[in-house]
Design a protein around this ligand. Structure first.
Ligand code: HEM
Ligand SMILES: *[C@@H]1O[C@H](CO)[C@@H](O)[C@H](O)[C@H]1NC(C)=O
Ligand SMILES: *[C@@H]1O[C@H](CO)[C@@H](O)[C@H](O)[C@H]1NC(C)=O
Ligand SMILES: *[C@@H]1O[C@H](CO)[C@@H](O)[C@H](O)[C@H]1NC(C)=O
Length: 344
């Protein structure tokens, strides 16, 4: 039975009182947030990221991707870093993340360096934001000032991740709609997709494109034939779908090569190529960025700041260990051990 209007109003008021108790006011993020409480934090993060880059060039790209997968799921709150528990499926197991998100150990190393410098002050959510900026700077991209002051979530949600993170099959229309839903513009979408200038993707993410685009039984027609031959050789129909390759021709350098490749129909993911091939507005931006690297760098920095502004309004904490909520039992080596312990 539908509630009378007055009943609905009362319900709304009651719900809002409850939400006011559970939710803190959105935090005011600001540049230099740790200047007094942890001076040098940004320097410590930069140094730890530089060490990671030296060990494995790809790792800094993998860390930068975490900002996207953290911020899109209930705001930038470090939820993506939480390990699953017996009662809480983690975001690490979500469709877009499993066997794909990586370099969590680099975040652990950065966090350890920061904790060493000033324990219990800097959130894991902020570490992702600083480390992502540094990943870009260290590989040749633009610098921007990061706003800080986030708290870490108390929970993670695999379901929310599955519901929001885009598929590599997505077309421009779907991507524009997704970004708009979070207050991000078409320009933000195109610029932020330029993050694929660094890092790698698996054959798994392009098999449909190579062999059965949109269920057609044919490859994506928007593929340079020579490039398709290369991809077919990299990712044969019956091959190992974990094999990965750079998403542009210069995968350890942050530059505008990604956009040049899209113009040449040499985009790696469908979600990349669609920005050039399927929509006149995104196409114009891709063309512009392919010619003007400074314009790309400026739009990218703006986009990262806007994405970093996505907040989780709930009250959080400064996690001591980025993988678990404070006060959790000490971390165990693996899930099997965890379940065995609970059996007793
Ligand atoms: C626009 C929608 C996007 C889609 C559909 C998408 C999809 C993907 C996929 C499928 C991969 C490869 C995963 C794999 O095969 O294991 C990937 C990698 C990556 N993505 Fe995105 N992505 C998008 C936007 C972004 C944004 C906004 C960022 C960051 C600002 C980002 C950063 C990265 C990075 C750095 C990698 C390489 C990671 C590595 O080498 O470990 N992506 N993305
Ligand atoms: C884009 O993707 C959406 C969602 O998958 C689909 O409904 C739509 O038909 C596609 N649009 C075009 C132009 O292919
Ligand atoms: C291609 O996709 C369509 C629709 O999803 C499916 O019915 C068909 O069996 C697929 N073909 C191959 C060769 O996998
Ligand atoms: C990739 O490797 C992981 C673990 O190493 C495995 O579980 C998974 O099935 C593999 N995925 C594909 C698509 O081959």
């Amino acid at each position: 039975m539908p509630l009378p209007r007055f009943g609905r109003l009362l319900l709304a008021v009651a719900a809002c009182l409850a939400c006011a108790l559970a939710d803190a006011a959105p935090k005011e993020l600001k540049v230099g947030y740790y200047a007094k409480t942890c001076p040098g934090a940004e320097y410590v993060v930069r140094e730890a990221m530089a060490r990671a880059l030296k060990r494995e060039a790809r790792s800094v790209a993998s860390v930068m991707r975490l900002q996207f997968h953290d911020c899109f799921v209930n705001g930038c709150d470090g939820s993506v870093l939480m390990d699953a528990t017996p009662t809480m499926p983690g975001e690490k197991e979500a469709l877009s993340n499993i066997n794909s998100l990586r370099s969590f150990e680099v975040v652990d190393q950065v966090k350890a360096a920061v904790e060493d410098h000033c324990p219990g002050v800097v959130s894991c959510a902020d570490i992702i934001i600083m480390a992502s900026r540094d990943a870009v700077v260290l590989t040749g991209g633009p610098h921007w000032d990061v706003k800080l002051g986030r708290e870490d979530s108390l929970t993670a949600s695999q379901e929310d991740s599955d519901n929001i993170m885009p598929s590599p099959r997505a077309n421009a229309t779907a991507l524009i709609r997704l970004f708009a839903g979070l207050g991000l513009s078409v320009l933000d979408l195109v610029a932020l997709s330029g993050s694929h200038s660094i890092g790698e993707a698996r054959c798994f993410s392009i098999m449909f494109r190579l062999y059965n685009q949109s269920g057609s039984g044919r490859p994506d027609p928007h593929l340079d034939p020579a490039f398709r031959t290369t991809l077919d050789a990299l990712c044969p129909l019956t091959g190992d779908q974990n094999v990965s390759a750079g998403m542009d021709a210069t995968p350890v350098v942050f530059d505008n090569q990604y956009f040049k490749d899209l113009v040449a129909l040499r985009g790696f993911l469908n979600s990349d190529q669609t920005l050039f091939s399927d929509n006149p507005f995104t196409r114009a931006m891709v063309e512009r960025f392919s010619r003007d690297q400074d314009a790309f760098f400026r739009a990218f920095a703006d986009g990262m700041v806007k994405m970093g502004d996505l907040q989780n309004p709930r009250k959080g904490e400064i996690r001591a260990n980025c993988r678990v909520r404070n006060g959790s039992p000490p971390p165990l080596k693996n899930h099997a051990a965890h379940f065995r312990l609970l059996d007793f």
